[in-house]
Design a protein around this ligand. Structure first.
Ligand SMILES: NC(=O)C1=CN([C@@H]2O[C@H](COP(=O)(O)OP(=O)(O)OC[C@H]3O[C@@H](n4cnc5c(N)ncnc54)[C@H](O)[C@@H]3O)[C@@H](O)[C@H]2O)C=CC1
Ligand SMILES: O=C(OP(=O)(O)O)[C@H](O)COP(=O)(O)O
Length: 337
């Protein structure tokens, strides 16, 4: 059983911690916090040893009566691998420390591909991270694109993709982010960074994306148009997506006509934090017009890329050479369809 530490126990970090703890071949040996808040108390309640990323704040934790086991450097000494889930750009700064400590590390999508040198998705390029020292799990939006474009490409080939990424402005708990009442071209430049980001894990795919921020916190929504290489029937596409792991077809006609209703469905599934790991594709949106495939999907940004971090641990530590077997193990432990 390998020992995993989480540097940055936040939205993604705490979810990855629970996902790792659910696996049979790995365990959590520590998580790091910057301040003694309710998340720190929850981490201890879950049995995770707590480490501090800002040593000068040790007194704050003591005054709060929150037991800590040391600094991030101490935590690294206990682990076989680090999952860095710090805010965008901080992971790249931590890379120097990981190198000096000689520990493998997995980063998240807020880091730049060029800063880490390798990016990861369980379905598209797992093998390239086998035995690597560092890799970067692509962001929630790019993960969402991978999950549906990969099976479509395998089925009938993709000539070109255009996608409009309607992104949530903030996560539900992020009270300082917006917009509250505006639609923001973000980035205002076209194409957005999502196309190049997808190419770091789906090599050579021809894609251009446009991205917006809208005042919602629940999910991202994607509008995808695919010029297909070879003719295919829409029922074949539906069948392929229906059997694709970490993807689910939903029907607006059955009350799942919005991101809000999809998240209500996620609550019915009863996973931790009502998370939806699967990419939800509106079945009614799937259509082929003049040889071009159209479809719409929704992405639970807080959760969809979390299982990929678990698979990345197996790849870097060479616990499983076959991505399909890792995906199966991760899914089984997390109750993913
Ligand atoms: N929130 C989302 O929807 C998604 C986020 N990501 C990526 O995941 C990464 C983490 O993002 P979130 O979990 O949303 O951020 P977050 O802000 O929720 O959590 C970050 C955690 O790191 C801690 N932290 C801050 N500075 C630190 C430092 N120097 N050392 C150690 N810990 C530190 C914070 O206190 C916080 O607990 C980013 O790269 C982000 O782009 C990827 C997919 C979706
Ligand atoms: O939108 C996201 O990534 P993206 O920039 O790849 O679209 C992620 O949800 C992270 O965004 P955040 O930095 O607003 O949390």
């Amino acid at each position: 059983m390998v020992s995993v530490a989480i540097n940055g126990y936040g939205t993604i970090g705490k979810r990855v911690a629970d996902a790792v703890a659910a696996q049979k071949d790995m365990k959590i040996v520590g998580v790091s916090k910057t301040r003694p808040d309710f998340e720190a108390r929850m981490a201890l309640k879950k049995g995770y040893d707590l480490y501090i990323s800002i040593p000068e704040r040790e007194k704050l934790f003591q005054e709060a009566g929150i037991e800590i086991s040391g600094t991030v450097e101490d935590m690294i000494d206990e682990a076989d691998i680090i999952v860095d889930a710090t805010p965008e750009g901080i992971g790249a700064k931590n890379l120097k420390m990981y190198r000096e400590k000689g520990i493998k590390a997995i980063f998240q999508g807020g880091e730049k591909h060029e800063d880490i040198g390798l990016s990861f998705n369980s379905f598209t390029n797992y093998d390239d991270s086998l035995g690597a020292d560092y890799t970067r799990v692509v962001s929630c939006n790019t993960t969402g694109l991978c999950r549906t474009l990969k099976p479509i490409d395998d089925l009938c080939g993709i000539k070109k993709v255009r996608a409009v990424m309607v992104r949530r402005a903030a996560d539900p708990a992020q009270v300082k982010k917006g917009p509250i009442n505006a639609i923001v071209p973000n980035p205002p430049t076209v194409p957005s960074h999502h196309g190049p980001d997808l190419k770091t894990v789906m090599y050579g795919i021809n894609i251009n994306t446009v991205a917006l921020l809208v005042p919602t916190t629940l999910m991202h929504q994607h509008n995808i148009m695919v010029e297909l290489e070879n003719p295919v029937d829409i029922e074949e596409i539906k069948e392929e997506l229906n059997k694709t792991s970490r993807v689910m077809l939903v029907k607006a006609s059955e009350g799942l006509a919005s991101t809000a209703e999809i998240m209500e469905y996620a609550r019915e599934l009863g996973r931790p934090r009502n998370d939806l790991y699967e990419i939800a594709v509106w079945e009614e949106s799937l259509n082929i017009v003049d040889g071009e495939l159209y479809y719409m999907q929704a992405v639970h940004q807080e959760a969809d890329a979390v299982p990929e971090s678990v698979d990345a641990i197996r790849a870097l530590l060479e616990l499983e050479e076959d991505n399909k077997k890792s995906i199966e193990k991760t899914n089984k432990a997390m109750g993913i369809l």
